[in-house]
Write a protein that binds this ligand. Sequence first.
Ligand SMILES: [Zn+2]
Length: 299
Amino acid sequence: MKVRFILLSCAADLLASIRVTEKDRVLSKNEFVIPCSDFFGCSKDNVEEYSSDGKAVFLRCRSCGLIWKDTNASQKDKAYDDEYFSGHRYDKKLARKLRKADLFMEIAEQYQSPGRFLEIGCSLGYSVMAANRRGWKGKGTDISEFAVKECCEQGLDAEVVSIEELIQRDTRYNAILMKHVLEHFENPHVVLKQCKELLAENGVLIIYVPNSELGRAKRKREKHKFYKYSRNGSEHYVYFNYHNLTRLLEELGYEIKVQNYPIAIKNGSSLGMMGQRLFRRFLSLLKSDQELFVIAQKK
Ligand SMILES: [Zn+2]
């Protein structure tokens, strides 16, 4: 009788553990399978498989157009170790990167005069450097000790620190830059919310993310670097278009100031910069712009 009881209770425990495991699996899948249900209330019925190379699987919501990685069906990400940055050095790319930073800082300065600048995911610190040159007090954060050490060696203020930790401190920023960073987060809406907490009144958030409407990526899908595991597919979680990114920012209480490069700006510094803005605008007309550029202001 006692043995039967023990056996029955073991069987019940086993069944319970299977149920819990199954429930956890389904729950975690539900949490990530459709992130836009969290912020747009999209329905699971509208999800389709968008691309799969066997290692990285991406899904798409037909209703809002968001594309994201199915983490349950995809292989684990690569780590951001020293090797991730070892190909990058302060070299001839520097001039080009500083020019590009000048371009977006000039546009951001239409809405916010130089103050405290924070780059989340600063890599080797080119944009922090550019902001400092324009009179901002720049700081960079990164998860890579290697990248931060390189920045510090260049005399930049940089630190390995989480957004949560920064929020705990008193400092608030007049501009935050996330350049090709947001797509590396599983929960971009949470990150955007945290950025709002970190911004000072009327502070601006400058965002660059890959453009899911890029013609080549749409045609080639898993053969394109965005979705290929051996390229960006292992690191990226989410792909936006202008429509769903600006909608998300507005839902979070930001005001969209810039969406794509403006052709004319009030205090533009040179014809060369205007030429660059025109060129980028032209690329987007041809659906050949790889990245979205948005500036949103904290209301
Ligand atoms: Zn959706």
